[in-house]
Design a protein around this ligand. Sequence first.
Ligand SMILES: *Cc1c(COP(=O)(O)O)cnc(C)c1O
Length: 464
Amino acid sequence: MLYLSTRGDPARKRFCEILLEGLAPDGGLYLPERYPQVDAATLARWRQLAYPELAFEVLSLYVDDIPPADLKAICAKTYTPEVFGTKEIVPLKKLEDGVCLEALSNGPTLAFKDMAMQLLGHLFEYELARRGETLNILGATSGDTGSAAEHAMRGKQGVRVFMTSPNGRMSPFQQAQMFSLQDENIHNLAIEGVFDDCQDIVKAVSNDLDFKRRHRIGTVNSINWARLVAQVVYYFAGYFQATRSNVERVSFAVPSGNFGNICAGHVARMMGLPIDRLVLATNENDVLDEFFRTGVYRARSGLDTFETSSPSMDISKASNFERFVFDLVGRDAATVRRLFADELPGKGRFALALDPRFGFVSGKSTHADRIATIRDTHQCFGVVIDPHTADGLKVAREHLQAGVPMVVLETALPIKFAATIAEAIGREPARPEHVQGIESLPRRVEVLPADVNAVKSYIEAQLA
Ligand SMILES: *Cc1c(COP(=O)(O)O)cnc(C)c1O
């Protein structure tokens, strides 16, 4: 399998090259040259498999530069009951008739990002050892991504993480998840500024090609193809649990921010998994809902992005959206380049003809919806859901069809957003054993000014 850039760069690359590279040199995103097709016989065979074997089968279609035995071993050590809590890894939980939750948040940091990031940690360690190289990951986080990356990379050979976050702006629980790590290869940089400042610093360092090469700087952001393909696996696993035979159709509802999670659903559907609809749910930051209702895309600036009670979806420009647009315009890279390249503030506006064949529908959920959904899910089913999952469930219910099960992806556990849960049900949610008392553990964090040079000097001092 070879990979191409959505913006038309003529190079074709293999999986392990794009694993460490991230963005294509022309600024585009990598996609496979074609989507491998999964036929009825294959689906029937996959239905019998345990999660790590299913992951191996899906990945094998996309990875041909890691020997199968090694890839199989990587999947086996990634998706274990010890790390993800159950042997199903992503069990379904039934709510009302025809609606269930798919639990994706029982990994180390209690959000679905662990599903892909844990695999990425093992893949990085494997590939870097094979090349005899090291990598220094520089990232920016407002919460979930940073902790998932740090917990995936902690203690891994050949990898160091420098994670910037806005000082004092993450929830106490999120801060504790990151800052309590004592591993030597993990560096927390609390920046005196907001999330956008962190992101600007990471961009500025990445644009300094000399610094980047000298210090072997890499990223783990959500445009990484390996993360996306890891997420494809749980659409298959959810489908098999929600159905008895492979002629049935299932819809998935996905709380969306950067369009990474639902893009994996799009890929699974393109491979031939019988997905009826992909229901995209946004919060008050509804750029994507607007697009899927009207065909008009208007990326917003950071200033026009609301702070909401489902903060992991507070995104003004969805970084994976370009992948779907590439397919929507018939894989015409020239068009994609025109729509996305050199996006300046105020640009990134276009209108496209929607195509119902892709199965997308959408909706939006507000703070009041979220609170009401958390409350009534607790009252009716005794289940406490997090605010992002609540957005997904609220929009899912607007798109139910008789005879088509709806699987709502649970993207975090409620304990990560305890204040909103308390507002909805009058008490804090239950806390899993392994995160009891983490707020009082000793912290390892460096506070730095919102200044690129301060971050560069810090990195250089650590690598010296
Ligand atoms: C990251 C995140 C999302 C958004 O996922 P995307 O892949 O960015 O669309 C939703 N909910 C939670 C809890 C998250 O951490």
